[in-house]
Each structure stands twice: as C-alpha cells, then as structure tokens.
Design a protein. Structure first.
Length: 336
C-alpha cells in the first residue's frame, strides 16, 4: 500500500541547533532528534556519519576521521558540512514524501545574511521546494505558547549548546534580542578546566557533559549529589577514578552561569519601559537544554526579581514553534 501519509503532509519544520537538530513533520510532530554532528574522512572530506552515529565518534576518532559540529558557535563553521547534515536530516525525515517538502527552518539569531542564504540554499539542494527561515527565539516563543501577537512583552531565554539567545517579542516582532556564545558547551569546558586544576584529571567533552547533567547546578540543592569520574591522570598519564560533589561542580560552573545572568540583565536594561512594566508580572520563559541545569531558573529569578518558568519540554520548544508555523497558513502566506 502506498504511504498515505505522503499524500497529505509534505511540510517540515527544522530546529537547526548548535547541539541538536530536530525535525517536525506537519500533522505528526517531532520525528527526528539528533546531535548536529558530522563525521568526515579527513583525507577525502567524505561524510562518514551524521547525527547520533557521528556524536558517538566525538573524541574517539582515529586519525583519518574527524567529527565536527558545523553550527557549534551559532555561526556556520563549514558550509559544505552544514549542507550535508541538512540534506541527511531532511531526507531521513521526508522519506515518505511524494512531493518535495516546504521547509521552515529556525536559525540562530546571530547568523549573518550570507549564512542565512547558505542555509536556505542548502535546504533547497537537499530537496526542499520552498524554504522559510525564522529566528530561533521567535520559534521558541511560539513553541512554548507565548502570546507573541499581543502588544505586550513576551520574553524568552533559550540556553542551547553553543549560544544563549534572549529576546523580547511584542506584536509578532522582536523588540530586542541578544545572542551570546556562552551556553552548554562553555559549561562543559568549565567542568573540564576544573577537573584538570583540582585533580590533574583529563576528561573529554562527553564526560564533562555527563557530569553537568547528572550533578550540575546553578543554585544550592536541597540534597547535594556526588558521582565517580573516570579520566586520565595528567601527571602519571594513567587512567584514574575520582569522586566529586555537586558543590564542586556548581563552583566550577559559576563563572559561566554568571555570564548568562549578565546577558539577561543587560537585555532587561535595554527593554523599553512599557514592556519592562509587562515583564514584572509576566516574567520570562526559559527553553533549550541549558534550562534543565538544576536551579538556573531560581538563580535567574533571584538576580532579576522576575518570575521565571522553564518550558515543559525545553529541548523541543523551537521545533514545536516551527511546527506551529507550518500550521499557520497566514504566517506561511506572508512569509513564503
Ligand atoms: P541547541 O539548540 O543549541 O542545539 P539544545 O537546546 O538542544 O541546544 O541544548 C543542548 C545543550 O543542553 C547541551 O549543552 C546539553 O549539554 C544541555 N543539556 C541538556 N540536558 C541538560 C540537563 N539535564 N542539564 C544541563 N544541561 C543540559
Ligand atoms: Mg536551540
């Protein structure tokens, strides 16, 4: 039997994140969620793996393979690789399509016009019939259900892997936005630095991320946690295991967390007064994987005096926003 699905829906939304790419299929929801990682042959530059498979190779590749994150800092490090990645994801998600899909792509707000063009071209080469881009914080705000069409301040703080995007939106437009290259990756780097300084222990990015997720925090925990960490002793050169606590990890993360707090405060300082007044009651919503760091919402609320909510499914907010846009015909007509 023919794939009936293909008859009805051929529009997709893509969250092209610095850490993860998500694909939303119209009428179906999120169908793909994979790391934005590509493994390349260093000699031929041929793509060896994309997504989950490529991420498993990070830090574990032999000399002839290199695993890279083309969107790492919220800018496109390598156009060809980004295109290969986008093609892989679009094709994987749209296998059942009879007609080429229309594609809505959420892109980091710090991206240049040239990079935006490159993303659109890549999607076209990858088989899209029509490509529309939407700034990531806008998609996030829509995805978490903020009433962005109202004449009132809607503020979103999206902490991703490579960038933190902060935006204030009113009447369907971005009033002010700020994108800083401090987010989850920097937190991981801070853990790596701490382990080296405090224990002469060398660990990789994946281990650092695991520590952050398992026992990391931005605010004292009701019940502090601890875990074992394995790595290589930088002096003896041999494998070693140590024990660390959540207090230590919080201390290690604190400078990086402070940079995010600063960026949020700066955004608030630039906010037009009428909108500031709205924020006193409405507060802001957090999205992105970084908002899952324990206590980050509480810390931000303390430091700004505003109510802070973390989205129900912060990792899916942007993709859900692109999905909502696919369903909004007027939006599509105006922008297509
Ligand atoms: P992007 O949109 O840039 O692709 P994501 O929103 O997918 O980023 O978030 C990825 C980041 O979130 C990574 O740095 C990851 O380590 C971090 N992250 C995911 N889950 C958690 C968690 N439970 N605690 C802390 N950080 C997390
Ligand atoms: Mg994101």
């Amino acid at each position: 039997m023919a794939n009936l699905f293909g008859y009805f829906s051929n529009d997709i939304g893509i969250d092209l994140g610095t850490a993860n790419t998500l694909v939303y299929l119209k009428d179906k929801g999120i169908v793909l969620r994979e790391p934005s990682v590509v493994a390349l042959d260093t000699v031929t530059r041929k793509v060896r793996a994309v997504g989950d498979e490529a991420k498993r190779m990070l830090g574990r590749t032999p000399g002839n393979i290199t695993a890279i994150r083309p969107m790492k800092d919220g800018v496109i490090a390598d156009f060809d690789v980004t295109e290969a990645m986008l093609r892989y994801f679009i094709q994987k998600a749209s296998q059942s399509f009879r007609a080429p899909p229309r594609v809505v792509i959420a892109i980091p707000s710090g991206i240049t016009a040239v990079e935006k063009r490159a993303v659109m071209d890549s999607a076209t080469h990858a088989g899209a019939r029509k490509v529309i881009t939407i700034p990531e914080p806008m998609a996030a705000a829509i995805g978490v259900g903020l009433p962005i069409d109202e004449p009132a301040a809607n503020m979103i703080v999206d902490i991703g892997g490579g960038t933190t995007e902060i935006a204030i939106i009113s009447l369907n437009g971005i009033v002010f936005s700020k994108s800083i290259r401090v987010a989850g990756d920097e937190l991981d780097a801070a853990v790596i630095g701490y382990m080296k300084r405090a224990y002469n222990l060398l660990i990789g990015e994946r281990t650092a991320e695991e520590i952050k997720m398992r026992i990391g925090s931005a605010y004292p925990l009701d019940e502090e946690l601890s875990m074992e960490v394995k790595g290589r002793d930088s002096v003896a050169g041999l494998p070693k295991t140590i024990h660390i606590t959540s207090q230590e990890v919080r201390e290690a993360l604190s400078d990086t967390v402070a940079s995010v707090v600063d960026a949020v405060r700066t955004t608030l300082e630039r906010c037009p007064p009428e909108l500031s007044a709205d924020l006193v009651d409405r507060g802001f919503v957090m999205a992105g994987g970084g908002s899952l760091l324990r206590g980050i919402d509480r810390l931000l609320s303390d430091k700004t005096g505003l109510p802070v909510t973390v989205a129900d499914d912060p990792l899916s907010a942007v993709a859900n926003g692109t999905g909502a846009v696919l369903n909004d015909l007027t939006w599509l007509m105006q922008n297509a």
